[in-house]
Design a protein around this ligand. Structure first.
Ligand code: SF4
Length: 426
């Protein structure tokens, strides 16, 4: 059998200095999604600052995340951190009866002092059950990238999910409610239902899992969650991810096939939104067509996005870097991504900077720390983190997704168009 696309492309594996955010970042979108959850980071003042600055303006009356700061005496082992966690949690839960799920989130400092948060979660769960479920996961920045925070959080929830024998679709990944509702409406129109979601908006709606659960991931970075669901006996759908018109259609088609939706019904449900998506992408693709793109490894969305930009927007990918290449989850994406770009996994940032400077792509997708220096060198950049903060999945967001990449190119055009006028005015 001939392999298609990039399935057999050799991967450049790099291990060196990396420029990525840590998994605590995921709390920013997870706390918005899970309306009765609280994320208690057990960390340092640095962790607290990261969260506070990344979260921006707090729009909730009461925040749904906080940091239990490890002071010097904790780090030096002079205080019993377990007792202090118990005290902080008791205080928090007494003040906030709305909390039904509490996540103790590990950080670099808590891992360095080997603070056993699993033990704390077990003890606190027993103490506060059944009103509150206490779980733990690591958001530490050691050897991780920022989207792993969501993966670790969802994976931590899987063992506690109830058991079911029902054949149900489980949509996995924390999508903005409005985007999730669009997907649920499309699936309902096809007659697929009931559909469960992980994470659920409220703990009362937590999904059940079993051997007839069909898992459809909406994000490519959920490898640990996927593995945990497979350990519960669930089945997995292999499909591209729902980015752009093509990815969304293929993702829905995989579900439609599994749930025996007729081609006529599929066509009737998807024809109009597909046409809207194609039109919206085409409008943005005018600025992307014929341009080159270079991905630094950051969000783990790089391969699906390269597939979208090359196949639907007319771009050429020079290098597609990803922190981890999960071949099983990305099999359909690799098949679709046309041969040509360098595929790289992991990072040695100096070597990669040399490559981007040589290639001088029209657009570089990278982390915040690299964007400004590269802009200063005359390269147009896109912050990878925006791709996780912005609604980009499914048909109605396909145009916005293309727009996220078109905007920096338009801005650069505008600035270069302005330059002669500024000179002329001087
Ligand atoms: S978890 Fe580690 S990398 Fe993340 S903010 Fe805290 S100290 Fe920094």
């Amino acid at each position: 059998m001939t392999a298609r696309g990039c399935t057999n492309t050799p991967v450049l594996k790099e291990r060196g200095q990396r420029e990525v955010f840590c998994g605590l970042t995921g709390i920013i979108w997870l706390h918005r999604k899970m309306q009765d959850a609280f994320f208690l980071v057990v960390g340092s003042r640095t962790c607290a600052h990261l969260l506070q600055s990344a979260a921006g303006v707090m729009i909730f009356a009461e925040p749904r995340f906080g940091t239990a700061i490890l002071e010097e005496k904790d780090l030096a082992g002079l205080a019993d951190a377990q007792t202090e966690i118990d005290r902080e949690v008791a205080r928090l839960l007494a003040r906030r009866p709305d909390i039904r799920q509490l996540f103790l989130v590990g950080s670099c400092p808590s891992e360095v002092i080997k603070l056993d948060l699993a033990r704390a979660a077990e003890r606190l769960s027993a103490e506060h059950a059944p009103h509150v479920r206490v779980l733990n996961y690591s958001g530490s920045g050691i050897e991780t990238t920022f989207t792993q925070g969501e993966d670790a959080c969802l994976a931590a929830m899987v063992p506690g999910l109830p058991q079911t024998e029902a054949k149900e679709l489980l949509m996995v990944g924390a999508l903005p409610d409005v985007v999730e509702d669009q997907a649920l409406a499309l699936l309902a129109a096809m007659g697929v239902g009931p559909v469960r979601c992980l994470p659920a908006r409220r703990s009362a709606d937590l999904p059940a899992v079993g051997p007839n659960t069909v898992v459809a991931l909406t994000q490519p970075f959920l490898g640990d969650t996927h593995a945990a669901l497979m350990r519960r006996g669930a089945q997995s759908l292999s499909a591209p991810f729902p980015f752009g018109e093509e990815g969304t259609t293929a993702w829905l088609q995989a579900i439609a096939t599994e749930f025996s939706v007729s081609p006529e019904v599929f066509e009737a449900v998807t024809a109009a939104p597909r046409a809207r998506a194609r039109k919206a992408v085409a409008a943005q693709a005018q600025d992307l067509d014929g341009k080159s793109v270079f991905f630094f490894p950051d969000s783990q969305l790089e391969i699906p996005l390269a597939r979208f930009l090359t196949r639907e927007c007319g771009m050429t990918a020079i290098e597609v870097g990803t922190p981890y290449l999960h071949r099983e989850l990305l099999a359909s994406e690799l098949e679709l991504l046309e041969e040509g770009p360098v595929l790289s996994e992991g990072q040695d940032v100096d070597l990669q900077l040399d490559r981007v400077r040589t290639a001088r792509p029209d657009l570089t997708v990278c982390g915040l720390g690299l964007a400004n220096p590269l802009e200063a060198e005359g390269l147009a950049t896109k912050w990878a983190i925006e791709l996780v903060f912005t609604p980009v999945h499914f048909y109605e967001q396909a145009g916005d997704l293309a727009g996220l990449f078109a905007r920096p190119l338009r801005r650069r055009n505008l600035l270069s168009g302005l330059a002669p006028r500024v000179e002329a005015a001087e």
